[in-house]
Design a binder for this molecule. Structure first.
Ligand SMILES: C[S@@+](CC[C@H](N)C(=O)[O-])C[C@H]1O[C@@H](n2cnc3c(N)ncnc32)[C@H](O)[C@@H]1O
Length: 149
Protein backbone atom coordinates (compact mmCIF):
# COMPACT_ATOMS: atom_id res chain seq x y z
CA UNK A 1 0.00 0.00 0.00
CA UNK A 2 1.11 3.57 -0.65
CA UNK A 3 -0.04 6.81 0.89
CA UNK A 4 -0.01 9.67 -1.60
CA UNK A 5 -0.41 13.31 -0.63
CA UNK A 6 -1.89 15.71 -3.21
CA UNK A 7 0.45 18.58 -4.08
CA UNK A 8 -2.45 20.76 -5.21
CA UNK A 9 -5.80 20.93 -6.98
CA UNK A 10 -7.02 21.68 -10.49
CA UNK A 11 -9.15 24.75 -10.97
CA UNK A 12 -11.17 23.75 -14.03
CA UNK A 13 -14.23 25.10 -15.86
CA UNK A 14 -15.73 21.60 -15.68
CA UNK A 15 -18.10 21.05 -12.75
CA UNK A 16 -19.76 17.95 -14.19
CA UNK A 17 -18.33 15.05 -16.21
CA UNK A 18 -21.05 15.67 -18.86
CA UNK A 19 -19.36 19.01 -19.68
CA UNK A 20 -16.03 17.40 -20.67
CA UNK A 21 -15.60 16.63 -24.40
CA UNK A 22 -15.53 12.88 -25.06
CA UNK A 23 -15.29 10.44 -27.94
CA UNK A 24 -13.40 10.31 -31.22
CA UNK A 25 -11.92 13.63 -32.22
CA UNK A 26 -12.74 15.30 -28.88
CA UNK A 27 -10.52 18.33 -28.43
CA UNK A 28 -9.23 19.39 -25.02
CA UNK A 29 -8.57 23.08 -25.24
CA UNK A 30 -10.10 24.28 -21.99
CA UNK A 31 -7.94 26.47 -19.81
CA UNK A 32 -7.47 25.86 -16.11
CA UNK A 33 -5.13 26.56 -13.25
CA UNK A 34 -3.03 24.08 -11.30
CA UNK A 35 -3.11 25.48 -7.78
CA UNK A 36 -0.03 24.08 -6.05
CA UNK A 37 0.14 24.16 -2.26
CA UNK A 38 2.59 26.75 -0.89
CA UNK A 39 4.83 24.13 0.75
CA UNK A 40 5.55 22.63 -2.69
CA UNK A 41 6.05 25.91 -4.59
CA UNK A 42 9.86 25.66 -4.56
CA UNK A 43 9.44 22.46 -6.57
CA UNK A 44 8.14 24.56 -9.49
CA UNK A 45 11.50 26.32 -9.87
CA UNK A 46 12.52 26.38 -13.60
CA UNK A 47 9.22 24.90 -14.80
CA UNK A 48 8.54 27.99 -16.97
CA UNK A 49 11.00 26.73 -19.60
CA UNK A 50 8.78 23.79 -20.54
CA UNK A 51 5.96 24.22 -23.04
CA UNK A 52 4.04 21.11 -21.94
CA UNK A 53 3.64 19.25 -18.67
CA UNK A 54 2.41 15.82 -17.66
CA UNK A 55 -0.10 16.05 -14.83
CA UNK A 56 -0.69 12.96 -12.72
CA UNK A 57 -3.92 13.18 -10.76
CA UNK A 58 -6.66 11.22 -8.99
CA UNK A 59 -10.10 10.31 -10.38
CA UNK A 60 -11.48 11.28 -6.98
CA UNK A 61 -15.13 11.09 -8.13
CA UNK A 62 -14.93 7.66 -9.77
CA UNK A 63 -16.23 4.59 -8.02
CA UNK A 64 -14.93 1.07 -8.49
CA UNK A 65 -13.48 -0.27 -11.71
CA UNK A 66 -14.33 -2.35 -14.75
CA UNK A 67 -11.71 -4.51 -16.43
CA UNK A 68 -13.65 -4.41 -19.72
CA UNK A 69 -15.74 -1.50 -20.91
CA UNK A 70 -16.89 0.27 -24.03
CA UNK A 71 -15.33 3.74 -24.21
CA UNK A 72 -17.14 6.77 -25.72
CA UNK A 73 -14.76 6.56 -28.70
CA UNK A 74 -15.86 3.09 -29.82
CA UNK A 75 -18.81 0.70 -29.81
CA UNK A 76 -16.70 -2.30 -28.79
CA UNK A 77 -15.38 -3.25 -25.34
CA UNK A 78 -11.68 -2.96 -24.50
CA UNK A 79 -9.54 -3.83 -21.48
CA UNK A 80 -9.14 -1.05 -18.94
CA UNK A 81 -5.39 -0.90 -19.49
CA UNK A 82 -5.95 -0.35 -23.21
CA UNK A 83 -8.15 2.69 -22.45
CA UNK A 84 -8.10 5.93 -20.50
CA UNK A 85 -11.19 4.96 -18.51
CA UNK A 86 -11.77 6.80 -15.20
CA UNK A 87 -12.91 3.51 -13.65
CA UNK A 88 -9.59 1.72 -13.07
CA UNK A 89 -8.14 -0.39 -10.23
CA UNK A 90 -5.86 2.50 -9.23
CA UNK A 91 -7.82 5.66 -10.13
CA UNK A 92 -4.89 7.62 -11.52
CA UNK A 93 -5.32 10.10 -14.39
CA UNK A 94 -2.65 11.51 -16.65
CA UNK A 95 -3.08 14.61 -18.80
CA UNK A 96 -0.61 16.50 -20.98
CA UNK A 97 -1.27 20.23 -20.76
CA UNK A 98 0.30 23.29 -22.34
CA UNK A 99 1.86 25.65 -19.81
CA UNK A 100 0.65 29.18 -20.54
CA UNK A 101 2.24 30.99 -17.60
CA UNK A 102 3.19 30.71 -13.97
CA UNK A 103 2.08 33.03 -11.21
CA UNK A 104 3.93 31.79 -8.13
CA UNK A 105 2.23 28.56 -7.06
CA UNK A 106 -0.40 28.85 -9.82
CA UNK A 107 0.23 27.30 -13.23
CA UNK A 108 -2.10 28.51 -15.97
CA UNK A 109 -2.52 25.70 -18.47
CA UNK A 110 -4.50 24.72 -21.58
CA UNK A 111 -5.89 21.25 -22.20
CA UNK A 112 -7.52 20.27 -18.92
CA UNK A 113 -9.93 17.32 -18.95
CA UNK A 114 -10.37 17.08 -15.19
CA UNK A 115 -13.23 18.17 -12.97
CA UNK A 116 -12.87 21.27 -10.84
CA UNK A 117 -11.10 20.47 -7.58
CA UNK A 118 -9.35 17.33 -8.86
CA UNK A 119 -6.35 16.45 -6.65
CA UNK A 120 -2.93 16.63 -8.32
CA UNK A 121 -0.35 14.03 -7.34
CA UNK A 122 2.61 15.08 -9.47
CA UNK A 123 3.84 17.23 -12.35
CA UNK A 124 6.61 16.33 -14.79
CA UNK A 125 7.94 18.07 -17.88
CA UNK A 126 6.69 16.50 -21.11
CA UNK A 127 9.64 15.21 -23.15
CA UNK A 128 8.29 13.06 -25.94
CA UNK A 129 10.84 10.78 -27.49
CA UNK A 130 8.56 8.52 -29.54
CA UNK A 131 8.66 9.39 -33.24
CA UNK A 132 5.18 9.73 -34.80
CA UNK A 133 6.01 6.99 -37.34
CA UNK A 134 6.79 4.55 -34.50
CA UNK A 135 3.46 5.08 -32.72
CA UNK A 136 0.75 2.42 -33.00
CA UNK A 137 -2.66 3.54 -31.75
CA UNK A 138 -4.35 0.13 -31.58
CA UNK A 139 -8.16 -0.09 -31.44
CA UNK A 140 -8.48 3.70 -31.46
CA UNK A 141 -7.03 3.90 -34.96
CA UNK A 142 -9.38 1.09 -36.07
CA UNK A 143 -12.37 2.95 -34.58
CA UNK A 144 -11.37 6.09 -36.51
CA UNK A 145 -11.16 4.12 -39.75
CA UNK A 146 -14.65 2.63 -39.14
CA UNK A 147 -16.04 6.10 -38.38
CA UNK A 148 -14.59 7.57 -41.59
CA UNK A 149 -16.00 4.83 -43.86
C1 LIG B 1 -11.32 9.54 -20.32
S1 LIG B 1 -10.66 10.24 -18.81
C2 LIG B 1 -9.02 10.66 -19.35
C3 LIG B 1 -8.29 11.40 -18.30
C4 LIG B 1 -6.80 11.53 -18.53
N1 LIG B 1 -6.50 12.32 -19.71
C5 LIG B 1 -6.16 10.17 -18.63
O1 LIG B 1 -5.87 9.73 -19.73
O2 LIG B 1 -5.95 9.54 -17.59
C6 LIG B 1 -11.42 11.81 -18.75
C7 LIG B 1 -12.77 11.70 -18.10
O3 LIG B 1 -12.59 11.45 -16.72
C8 LIG B 1 -13.67 11.98 -15.99
N2 LIG B 1 -13.13 12.78 -14.89
C9 LIG B 1 -12.45 13.94 -14.95
N3 LIG B 1 -12.08 14.35 -13.74
C10 LIG B 1 -12.54 13.40 -12.87
C11 LIG B 1 -12.44 13.25 -11.45
N4 LIG B 1 -11.82 14.13 -10.68
N5 LIG B 1 -13.03 12.15 -10.90
C12 LIG B 1 -13.65 11.24 -11.66
N6 LIG B 1 -13.78 11.34 -13.02
C13 LIG B 1 -13.21 12.41 -13.61
C14 LIG B 1 -14.52 12.79 -16.96
O4 LIG B 1 -15.64 12.02 -17.32
C15 LIG B 1 -13.59 12.97 -18.15
O5 LIG B 1 -14.30 13.06 -19.36
Amino acid sequence: MFILQPIGRVSSPYKDTQDIPKGLGAKHEAEGVLEIQPEFEAGLTDIEGFSHLIIIWVFDRSQGFELLSTPPSDNRPHGVFATRSPRRPNPIGLTVVELLRREGPRLHVRGVDMLDGTPILDIKPYLSSVAMESLRRGWLQEAEVRRDK
